[in-house]
Design a protein around this ligand. Sequence first.
Ligand code: DAH
Length: 340
Amino acid sequence: MLQIIDKLLKDVENFKAENKEQVEDFRLKFLSKKGEISKVFEEFRNVPNEQKKEFGQKINMLKQSALAKFEALQNNLGNNDNDENGNIDLSLPGTPVELGSHHPLSIVRNEIIDIFSRIGFTVAEGPEVEDDWHVFSSLNFPPEHPARDMQDTFFIEKNPDILLRTHTSSVQTRVMEHTQPPIRSIFPGRVFRNEAISARAHCVFHQIEGLYVDTNVSFADLKQTLLYFAKEMFGTSTQIRLRPSYFPFTEPSAEMDISCSICGGKGCAVCKGTGWLEILGCGMVDPNVLKNCNIDADKYTGFAFGMGVERIAMLKYQVKDIRLFFKNDTRFIKQFEAAK
Ligand code: DAH
């Protein structure tokens, strides 16, 4: 009987089917109630007890391989679109290929890059894993400044000199260390802060930094550049206002608001009734920063600014929850390409 099982195993293995009928023949021959395998199971009763274990295992193996073969034969037929005679049915609908779309943050970043490149700004990038010098010290942060605090900054545990950059201002130093003025560049990139995630804040987000260093660069240049940007980005009727502020790396420093693009300045829920929306920080590059980068602070002056890409995208597209940008739900992401 062992020989019969071995022969059946070989027959199962070698069986070929080219159409549905032949697959059915296989099922009838091996797997049906009157098929070969059932017969073997019936014979099993007559096997002496001491040989039952060995036979049992063999028969089970035969059954499993016949079932697997049956499935494989069915799949083989199902996977080609040929009919029983081998003809391809050209009228079958094709498998749809879904087109991707740009992420809203990419759309906004590219638009900002485009606006500044039209007035001669180039684009540069720096590393996300940075050292204390580029993120803080070179930018005039005093040693006890709260931004260095463990609560805001992700430090690398083994070496507190290495950290994830908290802002793209670090690229200012990277560029100025290697380039003498005139410098006119923007630096887009990802930044990291040790903050609780909520509808308004995330521990990973994107910024675009701007830097312009040359002879005779004044605050008026800064104001005019930012007015141009605001009008290009939010519409020609947009107005700006600058409020005095403090950043260690600029002096004087300011925060820029734009007139609310939703209500046109009358006051609404988005601008909380003020008519103004805060969109970026800016100022004249502190001479200490220029000196730290070996740029002659008596000869050159400069301005800098930094803005959050998520914040601008949220205002532009009226997105109420920053977390939506990171969920990668295509129903959300796909909405923005056409609205560009
Ligand atoms: N780095 C600042 C931040 O992350 C933004 C900023 C403010 C950048 C003023 C600047 C600037 O270049 O001049 O909040």
